[in-house]
Design a protein around this ligand. Sequence first.
Ligand code: NI
Length: 135
Amino acid sequence: MVYLTRVEHFNAAHKLYNSNWSEEKNKEIFGKCANPHFHGHNFEIFVTVKGEPNPDTGFVMNAHELSAIIKKEIIDKFDHKNLNLDLIEFKDVLPSSENFIILIWKILEKHIHGCTLHSIKLMETPRIYVEYYGE
Ligand code: NI
């Protein structure tokens, strides 16, 4: 089994704010992430697929094809967007990186054929990232 990873980049804004809580509790839990006027992140996304190399190509999956899928299904949808305001998926769900990566998985897994989506890593800062394996 061989694992192939493609890395892509996009920017998006969000804020973390639970409207069922007081202003004070939001500040206590989310800190600056609850700032009313949103903030941006330079997201790095790592998408890993797994499989056996195809005998004709030597590839688990064509990395350019994987890049094209990520660009079409993820970057085009989320780049330079406000996750809270622009995405119906986050109307009633907090756009944390944890919830975001689950949404990205659900979108991408439908488009990976001939091998298996293994994991996604989403870096929201150089020091904070989430990983998801579909479970
Ligand atoms: Ni944030």
